[in-house]
Design a protein around this ligand. Structure first.
Ligand SMILES: Nc1ccn([C@@H]2O[C@H](COP(=O)(O)OP(=O)(O)OP(=O)(O)O)[C@@H](O)[C@H]2O)c(=O)n1
Ligand SMILES: C[C@](O)(CO)[C@H](O)COP(=O)(O)O
Length: 226
């Protein structure tokens, strides 16, 4: 597989309102290290030449010092301030991407992503232009419309994860489009720009720390992994 320039944009510019914690969840302790330490380490472990762009809330840029102290060898990280929505945070991060290469956009609060999944996404994006990890649904689902609801076939749906990975020539122009509230991830932006989205198998363990129970589950997973 070719060796293109690789940039991981780790988006951690949110406030974590659903976590209801004193400090944003991306800086909280997970098995003795900040959540973001685990996330960044997965990317540098996947590829030592990975460039890291870390998007942080403007009012919490100072937390970066604590974060960097968690590393034995501090990786080269470019810090960027976050925007009003995830889309705007990603757009700020993309300004650091120069020239051709592969761009990963990953939620800072998905610290359990494996280096193997990062490599799978790189190789698939290299071949197909994009790579979006997805997993099957385990629960039954219903579509609710006002007072009505009906069962739908869960086999037709997938749960979408990150890292959402693209060749730079695809994601950079897509993010020049005006913001639309339906842009909940990068795949929606690139699809709206007119490109097919290539799916790859994600990981059950690649959970997004959104609510307090997610942090408990992430810790249990790391304890099991040892
Ligand atoms: N303006 C924003 C909003 C979100 N994010 C990032 O996007 C990822 C996924 O978002 P989410 O889990 O919703 O995080 P928050 O927006 O922080 O949480 P909440 O919605 O509960 O406030 C997180 O790593 C978050 O920091 C971001 O970089 N910039
Ligand atoms: C990008 C994402 O993690 C894919 O599942 C998700 O869309 C982020 O959603 P959030 O509401 O911003 O947490």
């Amino acid at each position: 597989m070719g060796n293109r320039k690789k940039t991981a944009i780790i988006v951690a510019g949110g406030s974590g309102s659903r976590m209801q914690s004193a400090i944003p969840k991306q800086f909280m302790d997970l098995a003795g290290k900040p959540v973001l330490y685990h996330t960044i380490t997965a990317f540098t472990a996947a590829y030592p030449d990975m460039e890291i762009v870390l998007v942080l809330p403007e009012q919490h840029i100072s937390f970066a010092n604590n974060l960097l102290q968690a590393f034995d060898t501090i990786p080269a990280i470019t810090l960027v301030k976050g925007g009003e929505t995830r889309f705007h945070s990603v757009k700020n991060g993309l300004q650091q991407v120069k020239g051709d290469g592969v761009v990963f956009v990953h939620d800072g609060v998905r610290p359990l992503v494996s280096p193997a999944l990062v490599r799978t996404c790189y190789e698939a994006a290299f071949s197909h232009g994009s790579a979006i990890p997805v997993i099957d649904m385990k629960d039954s689902i219903r579509e609710v419309t006002g007072e009505e609801n009906r069962a739908v076939d869960r086999g037709r749906f997938r749960i979408v994860q990150t890292p959402q990975t693209f060749v730079s020539s695809l994601i950079l122009p897509a993010f020049e489009q005006p913001y639309d509230p339906l842009f909940t991830d990068e795949a929606t932006v690139v699809e709206h720009y007119g490109h097919f989205i290539h799916l790859v198998q994600g990981e059950e363990s690649n959970l997004k720390i959104t609510k307090p129970l997610d942090l408990v589950m992430a810790k249990a997973f790391l304890d099991l992994r040892g």
